[in-house]
Design a protein around this ligand. Structure first.
Ligand code: G6P
Ligand code: MG
Length: 220
């Protein structure tokens, strides 16, 4: 396979914003008087803001009107933004910047594929924005992962074929989105959870383009 582009999920792959999402959703759960654990939070990874809220309310067995839901989501984002605004280049996960530079030095295009509407701000605060040739965020897509839209649009913006792209993802829904787009997917995290990925690495640390060798399907 000739890799012309690498597409990255943001949260959990390049930065660890999941802990901010968790802290703020937990505040809302506390306010509504129910328990929300880190295990529950796994279900919100890669899921859009409104869908995350729906899952949260389901966990708490809370019913709310559309207006209340919009208010909850707005309040959540207001507090979340206070965390994001304090992010610095030090919040980039180990190896991310080096790996993006490695890809650039080999002429491989880089794209972001995130469900977050705050993705651009996070890239700015962490000084990663200039390392991307294309940014697809939650403002540009209508369908959440596992729908392939976020990655298909990235490939289109970079003018490459889906078969020339490799996606980096930490969420199961994201791996499915990559496969639904006809792309290879590298799971970042635990092999037990990311079983559907074509290759799995614990993080981007020390990763080289030469490590991206996919097992031959025929020999599996
Ligand atoms: C990412 C995160 C989700 C988050 C979503 C929307 O996919 O993994 O946990 O809910 O982005 O983020 P936003 O910044 O738009 O609220
Ligand atoms: Mg993620």
């Amino acid at each position: 396979m000739i890799i012309k582009a690498c597409l990255f999920d943001l949260d959990g792959v390049l930065v660890d914003t999941a802990r901010f999402h968790f802290l703020v959703w937990k505040q809302l759960a506390d306010k509504l008087d129910f328990d929300f654990t880190e295990t529950d939070n796994e279900r919100l990874k890669g899921v859009s803001r409104m869908d995350s809220l729906e899952i949260l309310l389901e966990i708490g067995n809370i019913s709310a009107t559309e207006e209340e839901k919009l208010n909850f989501a707005e309040e959540k984002n207001r507090i979340y933004l206070d965390f994001i605004r304090q992010m610095t280049p030090n919040d980039v996960l180990p190896g991310s910047r080096e790996f993006l530079n490695e890809l650039k030095s080999h002429g491989v295009f880089t794209g972001l594929g995130s469900a977050s509407k705050n993705a651009r701000l996070i890239l700015e605060k962490t000084n990663l924005l200039s390392l991307f040739d294309a940014v697809v965020d939650g403002n540009l897509i209508r369908h959440a992962k596992p729908n392939p839209e976020v990655f298909a649009l990235g490939a289109q913006m970079l003018r490459v074929e889906s078969t020339e792209c490799v996606v980096f993802e930490d969420a199961v829904a994201g791996i499915q989105a990559a496969h639904n787009a006809g792309m290879k997917c590298i799971g970042i995290g635990s092999a037990e959870i990311l079983i559907e990925a074509d290759l799995i690495f614990p993080g981007l640390m020390n990763l080289r383009i030469s490590n991206l060798v996919f097992p031959d399907l025929a020999s599996r």
